[in-house]
Design a protein around this ligand. Structure first.
Ligand code: COA
Length: 419
């Protein structure tokens, strides 16, 4: 038994944000039926192709455990099939450009008429307001949601981050919204609309930066590097480089081999509770009781000196040696791990967060499995579907098409090529 067993998802998602959401729901046991345009499919199938003729990693890594049906939803027969799918399914998930579903004839009003129990969940770039009609991709969301203005170094341009907080982050928000709407439906008996705008999702993840915006209005942000350097703050939360927020200052520091290895670095946090151990480790025992260094408040204006001294020590160790020495002393440090190192990580492989998957067109590839672990709902990562691989199966077993009716649907061309 899986957590979402019995829940049917009509998956109208494409690219990254929506597919992230429906992949999670599939991992938790929902039957995810991905609807794609005949002969075309999700655009990412053929983007960033690394194996000619095969579905790309972009697609395969976001669409595990789903079934694919191809339907031209703008044809009459296609609309009829879609109507039957809406009646059968519990949730419709989509991340089309604004109003695309209305243009298709399946807006919220229509969906409610067909199936009042249906939950209709959408990712959009922006919520209601002046930008609601805009198409949005990852980096636009990072910029519009406050991440870019607060990422990077203060004296340099705004920076986007490699973590896909706009797409995958919003997909996560949407998955939560769907799950709680399913719970609410058990008491109300009704579906509802779930909307996760990407701008709002990014802003939610940048919550601490809005905290800092308000703190800044009352005085300088003492944990930011600018403070110790005597640099003026502007009117908005600045970019903080690699400073860690909160009361536990941290930086990225060079480790042995940094001259040739771009990832020979560690994150090092001078947590107040273990300050004395930090002093011992880096060979500065006199800082333990020196009033200029002994308290967190005294250290704040001296962070450049403190971290350059710690870096002299980290430069003499590999990032893993730093970890081995600091961990037993409870000093929080983190090696900068490359994608190569992560892909080979034994623990991540043992827990199923890194998995190998076989694919008929591309052979074996490595992917990220489900990062959320439930003790009573185990996840087995199943390869992504080929385009329209399950069209006939869904038409017959989910929708009950048979005999002449099935022949008519196939002959109409509304479902593309059927295998
Ligand atoms: N049969 C027939 N038509 C179909 C179809 C099917 N099975 N599936 C999709 N279509 C049509 C849609 O109805 C739409 O047609 P229309 O514009 O004539 O009404 C069209 O295909 C394209 O949809 P759209 O969403 O506009 O795709 P796009 O490639 O132009 O835009 C995005 C892509 C991501 C920018 C846009 O979908 C978007 O802004 N989405 C919301 C935010 C989002 O999720 N962004 C992150 C993506 S990771």
């Amino acid at each position: 038994m899986k957590a979402l067993e019995g829940i049917k998802i009509l998956d109208f998602t494409h690219v990254q944000s929506g597919p992230t959401c429906t992949q999670l729901l599939a991992w938790f046991g929902a039957d995810v039926i991905k609807v794609e345009r005949p002969g075309v499919g999700d655009a990412t199938r053929k983007q960033l192709v690394d194996v000619p003729g095969a579905d790309s990693l972009y697609f395969t890594m976001l669409n595990h455990n789903k079934r694919s049906i191809t339907i031209n939803t703008k044809s009459e027969v296609g609309k009829e099939i879609l109507t039957r799918l809406v009646k059968e399914c519990d949730v419709l998930v989509e991340n089309f450009a604004p109003s695309a579903l209305d243009r298709m004839g399946f807006g919220w009003e229509e969906i409610q008429k067909i199936n009042p129990r249906m939950i209709m969940a959408s990712v959009k770039g922006f919520g209601p307001g002046k930008y609601e009609d805009c198409k949005v991709y990852e980096n636009v969301a990072q910029c519009a949601g406050g991440s870019a203005s607060t990422t990077g170094f203060p004296d340099d341009v705004p920076l986007v981050t490699g973590a896909q907080i706009g797409d995958s982050g919003t997909g996560l928000h949407l998955a939560l919204g769907i799950c709680v709407a399913l719970i609410q439906r058990t008491t109300t008996g009704k579906g509802q609309r779930v909307l996760a705008p990407m701008q709002d999702g990014v802003l939610n993840l940048c919550r601490v930066k809005l905290r800092d915006q308000q703190r800044l209005e009352r005085g300088p942000l003492k944990e930011y590097s600018q403070y110790g350097r005597g640099e003026a703050f502007g009117i908005a939360t600045p970019r903080a480089g690699n400073d860690s927020g909160g009361g536990q200052p941290g930086r990225i520091l060079k480790c042995k081999g940094w001259e040739t290895d771009p990832n020979s670095y560690t994150y090092f946090i001078t947590q107040a509770a273990v300050w004395k151990s930090v002093c011992e480790v880096i060979g500065k025992p006199e800082w333990k009781d020196d009033p200029d260094f002994a308290t967190p408040e005294a250290r704040l204006p001296r962070l450049d000196l403190i971290f350059s001294t710690i870096e002299e020590w980290t430069k003499s160790k590999t990032k893993f040696e730093v970890m081995d020495i600091c961990n037993p002393l409870n000093i929080p440090v983190g090696p900068i791990l490359s994608m190569k190192e992560l892909a080979e990580d034994e623990s991540l492989r043992a827990t199923g967060t890194i998995v190998e998957v076989d694919h008929p067109e591309r052979g074996q590839y490595t992917t990220v499995g489900c990062p959320i672990k439930l003790s009573d709902s185990q996840v087995e990562v199943v390869r992504s579907p080929l385009l329209g691989e399950h069209t006939k199966e869904i038409l017959t077993t989910v929708l009950g098409y048979q005999g002449p009716e099935l022949d008519m649907v196939i002959r109409s061309g509304a479902v593309g090529e059927v295998h």
